[in-house]
Structure formats: structure tokens, C-alpha cells
Design a protein around this ligand. Structure first.
Ligand SMILES: Nc1ncnc2c1ncn2[C@@H]1O[C@H](COP(=O)(O)OP(=O)(O)O)[C@@H](O)[C@H]1O
Ligand SMILES: CC(=O)OP(=O)(O)O
Ligand SMILES: [Mg+2]
Length: 395
């Protein structure tokens, strides 16, 4: 029997998992994901050590699979395919919100879970699904080490001004501040960027994590100095079903004029807005790009437009720009969206190489482009496994 670390990464539309052998260099043994949760097209894909697809399951349109159903399927698949040769030595979890208490990964016990539970209202699409498997495992196998790795941790190094809202200080002191998310993804990109572009890795890079949840992060020599998400993961860019940055006056209007309460507004801004709300067609970029509905085009236009504006803002925070990096579902797989973002960023010095973009070469900018542009697949699971290994090794 070999020791293994299992990693669970519950996103808003997906549940990704990986099994790494417990040795120092963490070889990937198996993994995969259930994607399209809560939509009519949920799909499980299991992969072997070479990353080759070895299993698949699709749920029919009525199933509307949730995170619970996804985890049950993943556990069963891992047990039958790898249970006989691997002994589970630890589980690493993505936990989206670490709040003020957690600026680094932490070994979880029931007290830690109780603190993280308090942050559920700040990440309703994620935190409950991050904590549910931790709680279940604490009950079933209390001695099994579990490590929580936070999306917010990477951004706690942001300068104080970047973490502030212009609200009374007392609110800031109690934790009403900008945290930023997708930090495990940004941390992974920062860890591999030196291999691709040493100049940018020690300079000024904006990473565009464009998935169902979408944000952007300014990296100065690999450290986060600003990002588009704030107190919660509803801020910043428009996303699959989230509205992104919104004039707070709109919330007051909805309360006063429409009689909406907090739960109704939460549903609106987290689940009924973004690409889905604007298009009325889908939250999935693939469907929007294929659709001939005029509102589908408007949704994509707005997504690209907002990204362009945030890119200017983050470049200003960095005092210039050396590189941009595309990652996550849309960033890695939608050349048409990358193309539009890059041409909009021509004024910053981005010059796209269309052939490289179409073939998803790591470098998608021309050799003479002043700002280099890259597609680098993210790997939040590996980042979580590294943290889990390191934390447990420290005891
Ligand atoms: N080939 C593709 N073209 C365009 N968009 C894609 C493609 N593949 C995936 N996507 C988009 O990526 C999203 C999922 O991104 P991902 O980063 O895995 O999501 P999550 O935010 O749940 O972690 C999908 O909702 C879809 O919009
Ligand atoms: C924080 C967040 O939005 O995560 P995801 O993109 O995985 O939904
Ligand atoms: Mg994700």
C-alpha cells in the first residue's frame, strides 16, 4: 500500500479532485472533475496518471447534479479504481474564504470548521461545499489529517490600501475589507511563471483567471498586490451567474423599490446575473459563443469590456505591465475570448499571434510584443497538495 494525498477543489460549477502519491515530489496518480453542476449538462471525467481520460459519466438534463451527488460519485470511483493500492494519508481541501483569521493553510479540527462556518454568508456558492466533506470526514475518520487551503490567503500580502473600502474604520477592523479569491490558482501560476517568462516573473504580470467564477490579479515579482474580487467572490468581473462590481445604490433601490430582502438579493446577484442574466441563454461561455441570440453576444461583449477596464486598473496598480496570463476554463479554452481581450489591450502593448492563440501555444503574443501574453493551465489541486504535504511535514 502506498500513501496518498487526496485533494478536493469545489468551485461554483465544478468539483475537481486529484490523488497524489505521498512522496516528496507528489506524483499525480489519478484525478478528474465533475463539471456543469446545477446545469442540464453535468459530466464526470476520470483521468489516469498520464492525464488520459479513463472514465466518463453524464447525468441527464433533469438531474441538476449538486456538490453532494458529485462527491459521492468521486469517492466511489476513487475507491474502486485506487482503493486497493493506496492508503489515504491526508486530504487537502480548497476553502474559498479564510477571513481575517487564516492567512495560510491550516490543519482542520472541529474548532477551525466552526470558525470557517461563520464565513458561509461571505461565500455562499463555495464555503458550504468546501466545508461539507471536511465535516463528514472529521466524523468518519477523526484521526485523518485534513488541511484547509484558502483562496484568500495569497492576497493577504496586498498593501493595506488595496485591502480597504472607504468605510468607517470600525467596519474595516471587524473584517469588512477586500480579501480577493482564486489565490491558489494565482499562487500556482506565480510558481511556474519563471519557467515561461523570467522577466515577467520578476516584474509586473496580470493573471486572468476566467472560469465560471472569474477574477484578475496583479502580481509584482510573483506576489499579489491587487485583485478584482473583494469582501466576497461576487465582486469584480461579471461571471457565469454573478454580477461582479455593482453600484451599492442598486442594492438600496432593490430593497426600497422592489421590497427585496437579503436572500432575494443574494439569489439575484450570485445565481441569476452575469453571463446567464444578461444573455438569458446560459452561464456557459461555450453556449454563448455558439448562440445566435443577440443577447448572448451582448453578454460576451460585456464580459470582454469589463476585463479590459480592469486590466487598465491593475496595470495602473502595478505601474506598468510586462505580461498577461490566461488561465481557468474560459482562459484556457476560449481562443475567441482571448483574442478579443488581447486586441482591446493593444494600447498597453499586447500584440497577439493569432496562430499561437488558435493552437493554445503557451506564448500567444508575437515575438515583438512589448507585453507578452500566455496561456498557462492552472493547477489549484497541485498547489493544495504541496501545502498539505508541507504543513504536515512541519508537524
Ligand atoms: N471550450 C470552451 N470554450 C469556452 N468556454 C469554456 C470552454 N471550456 C470551458 N469553458 C468555460 O469554463 C467554465 C468552467 O471553468 P472552471 O474554471 O472549470 O470553473 P469553476 O469556476 O467552476 O472552477 C465553464 O462554465 C465554461 O463557461
Ligand atoms: C472564488 C470562485 O469564484 O471560485 P470558482 O471560480 O472556482 O467558482
Ligand atoms: Mg475554479
Amino acid at each position: 500500500m502506498n500513501d496518498a494525498i487526496v485533494v478536493l477543489n469545489a468551485g461554483s460549477s465544478s468539483l475537481k479532485f486529484s490523488l497524489f502519491a505521498g512522496s516528496d515530489d507528489l506524483p499525480f496518480v489519478a484525478g478528474g472533475q465533475v463539471s456543469g453542476l446545477y446545469t442540464a449538462a453535468s459530466r464526470f471525467v476520470g483521468k489516469d496518471a498520464a492525464g488520459k481520460q479513463v472514465a466518463e459519466k453524464r447525468w441527464d438534463a433533469d438531474a441538476k447534479l449538486d456538490h453532494h451527488g458529485a462527491i459521492a460519485h468521486i469517492v466511489e470511483w476513487l475507491k474502486t479504481t485506487h482503493g486497493h493500492e493506496h492508503r489515504l494519508s491526508a486530504v487537502g481541501h480548497r476553502v474559498v474564504h479564510g477571513g481575517m483569521d487564516y492567512a495560510a493553510p491550516v490543519r482542520v479540527d472541529s474548532e477551525v470548521v466552526a470558525r470557517l462556518e461563520k464565513l458561509v454568508p461571505l461565500a455562499p456558492l463555495h464555503q458550504p461545499h468546501n466545508l461539507a466533506p471536511i465535516r463528514a470526514l472529521l466524523k468518519r475518520a477523526p484521526e485523518l489529517p485534513q488541511v484547509a487551503c484558502f483562496d484568500t490567503a495569497m492576497h493577504r500580502s496586498n498593501p493595506p490600501l488595496a485591502q480597504m473600502f472607504a468605510l468607517p474604520k470600525a467596519l474595516s477592523d471587524e473584517g469588512v475589507r477586500r480579501y480577493g479569491f482564486h489565490g491558489l490558482s494565482y499562487e500556482y501560476i506565480a510558481s511556474v511563471l519563471p519557467k515561461f517568462d523570467p522577466h515577467a516573473a520578476s516584474g509586473r504580470t496580470v493573471v486572468l483567471h476566467l472560469g465560471n467564477g472569474a477574477s484578475m490579479c496583479a502580481l509584482q515579482a510573483g506576489r499579489s498586490i491587487a485583485s478584482t474580487m473583494g469582501f466576497t467572490a461576487v465582486d469584480g468581473l461579471p461571471m457565469g451567474t454573478r454580477c461582479g462590481a455593482l453600484d451599492p445604490g442598486v442594492i438600496l433601490y432593490l430593497m426600497d423599490e422592489r421590497g427585496m430582502d437579503a436572500r432575494a438579493i443574494e439569489k439575484l446577484i450570485y445565481s441569476q446575473s452575469g453571463l446567464l442574466g444578461v444573455s438569458g441563454v446560459s452561464s456557459d461561455m461555450r453556449e454563448l459563443l455558439e448562440s445566435d441570440q443577440p443577447q448572448a453576444k451582448v453578454a460576451v461583449d460585456l464580459f470582454v469590456y469589463r476585463i479590459g477596464r480592469e486590466l487598465g486598473s491593475l496595470a495602473a496598480a502595478l505601474g506598468g505591465l510586462d505580461a498577461i496570463v490566461f488561465t481557468a476554463g474560459i482562459g484556457e479554452h476560449a481562443p475567441a475570448v482571448r483574442e478579443r481581450i488581447c486586441s482591446q489591450a493593444a494600447w498597453l502593448g499586447v500584440e497577439l499571434d493569432p496562430d499561437a492563440n488558435a493552437s493554445r501555444a503557451p506564448r500567444i503574443s508575437t515575438p515583438s510584443s512589448r507585453v507578452s501574453a500566455w496561456v498557462i493551465p492552472t493547477n489549484e489541486e497541485l498547489m493544495i497538495a504541496r501545502h498539505t504535504r508541507d504543513l504536515l511535514a512541519r508537524g
